[in-house]
Design a protein around this ligand. Structure first.
Ligand SMILES: CC(C)(COP(=O)(O)OP(=O)(O)OC[C@H]1O[C@@H](n2cnc3c(N)ncnc32)[C@H](O)[C@@H]1OP(=O)(O)O)[C@@H](O)C(=O)NCCC(=O)NCCS
Length: 174
C-alpha cells in the first residue's frame, strides 16, 4: 500500500467527538508540541466546565487523540480559540478535516460567521484558513507576548452544511 493509500485508509477511521475532562492530559501533549505559549491544563478545565460559550472537540485515530479544536460560540459569531494536530499527523489534510468539523459544528449551533487570530508568520495555518474561505480583516499589533508578533485577524462566512457537526448530544462533564 502506498503512503497516500495508507493515509486514506487511516482517514476512514478518524473519529471526531466533543472533548471531555479526561482528554486534557492527551490534549496537553499536543498543545505543548504545537504552541510556544501553551495553555495550561487548568485553562482547558475552565473552558470545559465554566465557559458556556465554549465548544471543544477532539480528533481520534484508533483511540489516540491526535488533534483538537475549539471555539467560543457568541451570538452568531464563532471565535476559534485553538486548532492543532500532533506533528507526525500533519500534512495529510487531516487539519483541514478538523477545521471542517469545527465549522460544521459552528453552523450546527447557530453561528453565521467565524473569526480567528493567527501569527503573521504562521503561513501553514493561514493557507488552511484561506482555503476554508477566511479572509484577512486587520491585524492586532504585538498580540503575542512571547515575541511581540502581530496577529492577523481573519473572518469567514459559514456555508450551509448537509450533515451536523459533533455537538449533537450534550456532553456531561464529570
Ligand atoms: C495548522 C494545522 C492544524 C494544519 O493542519 P495540517 O495537517 O498541517 O494541514 P493539512 O494537511 O490539513 O493541509 C490543509 C491546508 O493547509 C495548508 N498547508 C498545510 N501544510 C502546509 C505547508 N507545509 N506549507 C504551506 N501550506 C500548508 C495548505 O493550504 C493545505 O491545503 P492544500 O494542501 O490543499 O494546499 C497544523 O499544521 C498544526 O497543528 N499546526 C500547529 C498549530 C497551529 O499553528 N495552529 C493554528 C494556530 S492559529
Amino acid at each position: 500500500m502506498s503512503e497516500a493509500e495508507s493515509y486514506k485508509e487511516q482517514e476512514s477511521r478518524l473519529i471526531f467527538r466533543p472533548m471531555k475532562l479526561q482528554d486534557i492530559p492527551e490534549v496537553m501533549e499536543i498543545e505543548h508540541e504545537a504552541f510556544t505559549m501553551p495553555w495550561t491544563a487548568e485553562a482547558f478545565r475552565n473552558e470545559l466546565t465554566h465557559n458556556h460559550f465554549a465548544k471543544y472537540m477532539v480528533m481520534e485515530l484508533d483511540g489516540r487523540i491526535i488533534g483538537y479544536a475549539g471555539m467560543w460560540a457568541i451570538v452568531d459569531e464563532a471565535h476559534v480559540t485553538n486548532i492543532a494536530l500532533l506533528q507526525m499527523f500533519r500534512g495529510r489534510k487531516w487539519g483541514e478535516r478538523l477545521m471542517d468539523e469545527l465549522m460544521k459544528t459552528a453552523v450546527q449551533v447557530g453561528m453565521k460567521s467565524i473569526t480567528l487570530e493567527v501569527r503573521v508568520s504562521n503561513e501553514v495555518a493561514q493557507n488552511l484558513y484561506r482555503k476554508k474561505g477566511f479572509r484577512p480583516a486587520g491585524t492586532r499589533r504585538g498580540y503575542y507576548s512571547d515575541n511581540r508578533e502581530d496577529a492577523l485577524i481573519m473572518w469567514a462566512d459559514l456555508p450551509a452544511y448537509e450533515e451536523p457537526g459533533v455537538m449533537e448530544g450534550r456532553v456531561d462533564y464529570p
